[in-house]
Design a protein around this ligand. Structure first.
Ligand code: PMP
Length: 397
């Protein structure tokens, strides 16, 4: 048997707690709120077939050839339009880089900026895979406190003063993963001003921003950035297809160049076919209408979640009320270990993701993340009934 002498970046056996949770939740007899998948019934399969046909008919050789590591020019042009229309971000072509999903930005940003032991600031709690990507390059994560309006600028300022060495801040201001919370405009402006004042970098991750089913749109932090301190990250995963693996960022041209060098060694460039399919899809379809259908469906599902939680959850259990996106965040008073609660829930044939792994350092007890985007109405009703029962047992214990 060969011996694989793994690098320090590879997690030790048995440390993939979330993988174990998702595997346990995959049992078909379990109703799982643990996933994070878009509703597949809204994937525009037929329309995308037509877009693919046009891509091959009109650009076949380019589709099949190596391309610019920064992406297809027509795709970058489309992104400059999207970020202006949706987020009021002024971008030129030199600011844009297409990527293999937005996940790749997290990985390559960490590779570009983090040496072992470097400090990275994150909202507490934050996106799990970002935590894993930053840690795999040896980052020392420092959490910035949040409240029901997301990241708290005054706390950020204190943290930045205490950690002037920090390489960057990572933040998800809209329909955050895991909490579903959204930062108001004033806070976004303050974050951009602090980034300029203290000259720190901000990675603003916005995979869910277009999926709003309630309330008013809030422009990106990047729209307030006058000094190129903010890197804005987007993706087509939640509005078109996560299987396409198509993301992008908008940043200072110098950073785009450095990043592109790393991107070349990672994959020589993002898949041309998905970029051309996306360009053609936008030409041939009313994408805003398509996104509205997604938002309407998720809005209906979130409403069912709120009705079910009200009906079945014991007194004292609280939850966020997201105005968009795919997740909500539940707080169970008196429960110290939600991983233990997870075991109780598995016996009731219902699953969620425990809150602990979403924290940078010391986890706050008693939180769990629930997904509703890929849950049918009968699963929501029955799943919350089971979860309510398990929560009652856990609180009583
Ligand atoms: N950032 C956040 C906050 C996410 O939730 C996700 C997907 N779960 C991603 C980035 C990565 O998405 P993708 O690579 O599909 O663009």
């Amino acid at each position: 048997m060969a011996t694989f002498k793994y690098s320090n970046r590879v997690p030790a056996d048995g440390t993939d707690a979330v993988g174990a949770i998702l595997a346990a939740a995959a049992d078909p007899s379990i109703i799982s709120f643990a996933g994070g998948l878009p509703a597949p019934e809204l994937f525009p399969v037929e329309a995308m077939k037509k877009a693919a046909e046009a891509a091959f008919d009109e650009h076949g050789q380019q589709v099949m050839q190596y391309g610019d590591a920064r992406g297809v020019a027509a795709m970058r042009e489309l992104v400059t339009k999207i970020v202006k229309e949706h987020e009021n971000i002024d971008a030129k072509d030199e600011n844009i880089c297409m990527t293999s999903g937005s996940e790749q930005i997290l990985e390559l940003a960490a590779k570009a900026l983090v040496n072992p032991g470097d400090t990275v600031l994150v909202e507490d709690p934050t996106y799990l895979c970002a935590v894993d990507a930053f840690k795999s390059y040896g980052a020392n994560l420092v959490g910035v406190p949040t409240d029901e309006d997301g990241l708290i600028p005054a706390e950020l300022e204190k943290t930045v003063q205490a950690h002037p060495e920090a390489k960057f801040l990572y933040v998800i201001p809209t329909f955050q993963n895991p909490t579903g919370r959204t930062m108001p405009a004033e806070r976004r402006k303050q974050v951009a001003e602090l980034a300029s004042k203290y000259d720190f970098l901000v990675f603003e991750d916005n995979p869910y921003g277009d999926i709003r089913f309630e309330g008013e749109h809030v422009d990106a932090i990047k729209s307030y950035d006058k000094t190129d301190n903010v890197v804005y990250m987007g993706t087509f995963s939640k509005i078109l297809s996560p299987g396409f693996r198509l993301g992008y960022f908008v940043a200072d041209p110098g950073f785009v160049k450095k990043f592109t060098v790393l991107k070349q060694t990672a994959d020589l460039g993002t898949d041309n076919l998905v970029q051309w399919c996306t360009v053609k899809f936008y030409e041939q379809n009313d994408v805003n209408e398509h996104v509205k259908q997604i938002s309407d469906l998720y809005g209906q599902r979130k409403k069912l979640m709120e009705e079910g939680m009200k009906k079945y959850f014991p007194e004292g259990v609280t939850y966020t009320h997201p105005e968009g996106g795919m997740f909500l965040w539940v707080t169970v008073p008196g429960v110290e270990d939600t991983t233990e609660l997870f075991e109780t829930c598995l016996k009731q044939k219902v699953a969620f993701v425990p809150g602990e792994p979403f924290y940078a350092a010391k986890p706050e007890p008693g939180h769990l993340r629930l997904n509703y985007s890929n849950m049918k109405p009968d699963q929501i009703e029955e799943g919350l009934k089971r979860l309510g029962k398990a929560l009652e047992e856990a609180i009583a214990a």
